[in-house]
Design a protein around this ligand. Sequence first.
Ligand code: FE2
Length: 314
Amino acid sequence: MQDLDLDSVTEAVIEQMATTPDPRLREIMEAAVRHLHAFARETNLTPDEWLKGIAFMTAVGQACTPYRQEFILLSDVIGLSRVVNIMHDAKGREAAGTETSLLGPFFREGAPKIPLGGTLANVSKGTEIMLYGQITDSEGKPVPHATMDVWQTNEDGAYDLQAYDPTTMDMRGQLQADAEGRFHFRTFRPLGYSIPMDGPVGELVRNQARHGFRPAHIHILVTAPGHRDLVTALYFADDKHVDSDTVFGVSQSLVVMPSTELPDAPVKGMPSIRYDLTMSRETAEGGGRVGSDPSKLVPGGRVGSDPSKLMPAG
Ligand SMILES: [Fe+2]
């Protein structure tokens, strides 16, 4: 019979778990136990606080539905999703490759195909801007005919799934770059938006006196044979939350600002953003679509019947 103290209990747990046949499961659980025990020791966690933590995690689980993933939201607001994405990128993205962002829950297959120069706006109204640029590989060679999916909120800060019934697609589209990898399209300036604040994660964010907002952004997914899917987003420099994104998605290299002064703008005088996208080669590490579809976490789940309840973390 072993007498356990504050330190030896950690070793006893790890010793008992050493029978785990799957080496990766063994490694992950050992590290989890070490860090959780250290966390409890460091904070001098009391029984009341331990119970409060369990009640919180229970509430997070109970807030999950096929249309809402409160655990992903929790992971997002404590920066864990960003940590995992950065590590994933370090393995699969070439140094020159455009920085990535999470795909988020508002990507939809089958967005309307729009021609080069066309607009994402279907029913929304707003201040028109143009986004243009060139898609190349990391050596600067054009990626011809790459497919681009683009989606964003409207000027009220709502995605189509939130603003309309699921049959309406708006402020999203799919276009194909030309033989030189060049693209241009019209859209409206998006507005930033709040993460869902009506659940336990929202309550936590409020208790931390955080605002809960994401800065205005345009999501982009670029695919081309032989290249790693590029999932990124462009953030607007003048959004007041650009330096304090609640889910930590912003990188400096992805911050943009429309200008009417760009000499090569396809439409003179229209506020335009030039942003060139650099794809990485396909690798065995898999694609860049991180966190692609929260519904995959639900047995048999496929978001679709009521996407208006989707979790707007991305
Ligand atoms: Fe988003």
